[in-house]
Unconditional design. Sequence first.
Length: 745
Amino acid sequence: MVSIPYLDKADLGPLADAAASWKALPAKYDALQREFEQRVINHLKGHWEGDAADSAFVTMGKARTEYENAATEAERIAKLLLDAHGEFTASQKQLHALLDEARNDHYKVYDDGRVEDVDPRQDSPTASASPGLAEERKKKLDSLVSRLTRVLEVATAADEAASSALERDANGDSQSFNTSVYTTLDSVEADQAAALMNKKGRLSDAEITKLNLLLSANKNDPEFSRDFAVKTGGENMLSKYNELMSPPAGTTLSKAQLAQLKELKANLGTTIGTATTSDDHRKGGPDPEITKFQNDLLKAGQRDFNANPTESPYGLTGYQLTSSLMSEGKWDKDFLQGYGDALITAEKNGANAGQNPDAYWGYPRTLGTTNIGALDPMAGYMDALGHNPEASTEFFGSETSVNGEKVDHYDYLMKDRHWPEGAGYTGDDKNPNGYNNLGHALESAVTGHSYDSSPSADTPAHNEQQAALMEKVVHDVSKDDGLAHDGMQDSLGRMAGEYMPDIHQSLTNDQSDNKGEFYPLSGTRAVFDERDTSRFLMTVGKDPDGYAAVNLGESAYTSNLIDYHLQHPDAFKGSTDTALREIARSSGEVQGSIAIGRRESDIGTGVEADKSYNDAMGRAGGYAAGIVGTGIGVGTSFIATPAVGAGVGGIATTVTGDLINQIVQGSERDTLGDTVYSSGADWENSKHSTTAVLQDAYQNSAAAQGKGDVADYNNILANEVEQGFQSAESNLDGYGQDKRGTGQG
């Protein structure tokens, strides 16, 4: 591995000079060739004949070819050296930037890559007074280490590739010029990686390390990924992956070896995903070789890949292997659509007519001793959709024809399919339920961004298809709360958090067009029935993670919204007072609905329940912080015009961010204590907490704008919150646990 000191101090000038010298050579060889022809060949033509002349002219012809080959080789070497110089320069610049960042932020980077936090605040009273400081510093440290490692990996792969390319003799032992010199490092590294995947027999630890290095350094590079995929082949890719994940019988892998294989799974999946999208960069349209690669993956879906036939007569299917890889990276939208159709068709035509995926995908199939991957291919496919929002939205809005029967994708996955349970089926010890993966796919489908990232200023406003799907989810869950399957409530909560403008519009008492002024949004509005909204929120609130996402998402939204109306008093045709009263009332209705869900939760009461909900609030803090970080409220449907967006981005981010941090920290309590902000363990606590959030948001925003003492407004907000909680109770009267899973309305 290239070291930090080496890359930091490396003088790349000589390499640039060498590239320039080689670049100048072709013109010199061309000049020599022309001079040779004019002074020798042309001079002798017509003046020398006979056998000796014929032999001499053949030799001189070869000499002329050598001049051409020399020019070709020089030109290709120049391109290779220029590419290498570009790679090394980019890596060096990235390293310098990271080292500067570390120094400026009080981190010490050692020559061996270790990073130490030397912030003086760590040893001062400030640290103990700021519970979030240590966690924040740890996240920054981990990020620095990860990015430093990445830079060194890329530089190392480039260094080794350049060395290999310059040492390569494509002509064998021939003394002729080499006209097949590589011109890019991507080509070298793709050949090296493909050679390892095409090698017969199991790779050694050193070879797996090498493969990991090559893939990690280039997994997001379209040129490398495309060449690697084409040279490896779809079916062979799955076969070698299966072999690597299935060590011979009796083999015991160390923790380091298992970690190495998990890293390979992630790197390989991301690389193949990038390969499937590589023709997006082609000017000539689809790449026929990538199309063939994708078709080969589909054809291999129902084939068994058995690396250890002595242990079991059944191996993993191509679907199981592909889905395992598919859970990583960004894959081509059309391929994902076709793959999902094929996967559902396979299940519907499979064992027990698709009614029991346990039997179809499970025993006697096994993941082997590594236990890497997932037996249920639908789990990995759902995570693939979760990372590819456009594909996810399209898939849930379409259907598959199986034996003449139309199968609606959403209904099949949400209502009809039996999802096998167990870590072996999902590939995740922490989430052994495939509904968790389904939640990831739905989350990306309705929000427009990957499930494991927060919205950003670049996230598009919700479109018609996304809004329609969200309407369907809210309606279905409100009618049958059993559809809020265990494992997906956190996703449902985040989905609600990013549709807060739409949710608030559905709850407002104002049925005129003014609600669009109370809760401005761009894009397509999702239209919810008020009672559906309340029931959906109550159902989500029964789960700690779902509750936390809605609680913090709603708090972030209303805080930004209050700041928006204070900064833009003309935004609402009525009065700012009317707008703020309406915001407080509907906020009470949202928070009251999830508070009822919290009250009816199956988790229990007292300390145990408090801990579950408090822990969830802590986990959701990062999600809420991401929402605040956009500077435009919740999701991208908040701001209607760029001018308004620019205004809200000013103060609201600071005001709301501080408030969210206080809410997360303030939620840490037990049943005997009380704080300003609480997770809503009882009705009155939740009401007081909601009121406190709104009051503080109003006071902080007003103070930031120099509007003076606004304490007298607190009672007005409290009264509106009270009305909102009463509305929630009225909407949900009689709709409790006795309705679970009955489908009653």
